[in-house]
Design a protein around this ligand. Structure first.
Ligand code: HEC
Length: 139
C-alpha cells in the first residue's frame, strides 16, 4: 500500500558518493552511542530521514501534521513512551487489536498502519523524532 505512495524521488535516487558518505558517517555516529540506553534525542535526524523515506510522510503528512489517510502524530507523548512507540511501529496490528483508541483511529481513516520492519535502533530513532514533534499551533 504505502509502497505506491512513497515519494518517487526517494525510490528513484541512487546512492551517490556524497550521500553514501553521509549515510556511513551517520551510521558511525549512531553506532557510537547505545540507542537503547540513551535518552530521547529530540528531533532525531536519523528518525526524520526514515520518516520521509519509509513512506510515513505520505499518510501522516509533513511534521506529522496528519492527513486524510492517517492521524496527526504531534502529541504522542500523551499515549506512548519511547520504547512503547518503537514496539508499536514494529507491529501496529498487535496493538490495534488490544487498544480501542487505535482501533477507532484505524476505522476512522480507513487505512492500515504498515509495520516498520527495521532494526530497533532505527525504530527508536523514529520514536525520538515523533516524540519531539512540536504540538500543532492554535486550537
Ligand atoms: C497507509 C497509511 C499509513 C502509513 C504509510 C503510515 N501510517 Fe501510521 N497510521 C496510519 C493509521 C490509519 C493509523 C491509525 C491507528 C492504527 O492503525 O494503528 C496510524 C497510526 C500511527 C501511530 C499511532 C498514533 C497514535 O495516536 O498513537 C504512529 C506513531 C504512526 N502511525 C507512525 C507512523 C510511522 C512512523 C510511519 C512510517 C514508518 C507510518 N505511521 C506510516 C496510517 C499510516
Amino acid at each position: 500500500m504505502h509502497e505506491r505512495t512513497a515519494p518517487s524521488s526517494v525510490r528513484g535516487s541512487s546512492a551517490s558518493g556524497p550521500a553514501l558518505g553521509f549515510a556511513l558517517a551517520l551510521a558511525a555516529a549512531l553506532a557510537a552511542c547505545s540507542p537503547a540506553a540513551s535518552p530521547n534525542e529530540p528531533g532525531s535526524q536519523r528518525g526524520s530521514e526514515l520518516y520521509a523515506t519509509m513512506g510515513c510522510l505520505a499518510c501522516h503528512g509533513a511534521s506529522g501534521a496528519g492527513g486524510s489517510m492517517a492521524p496527526p502524530l504531534t502529541e504522542l507523548e500523551q499515549h506512548w513512551d519511547r520504547a512503547g512507540l518503537a514496539a508499536y511501529l514494529e507491529n501496529p496490528r498487535a496493538h490495534i487489536e488490544k487498544d480501542a483508541r487505535l482501533a477507532a483511529l484505524k476505522q476512522r481513516y480507513g487505512t492500515e498502519m504498515p509495520a516498520l520492519t527495521l532494526p530497533e535502533a532505527d525504530r527508536l530513532a523514529v520514536a525520538d523524532y515523533l516524540l519531539a514533534l512540536p504540538a500543532p499551533a492554535g486550537p
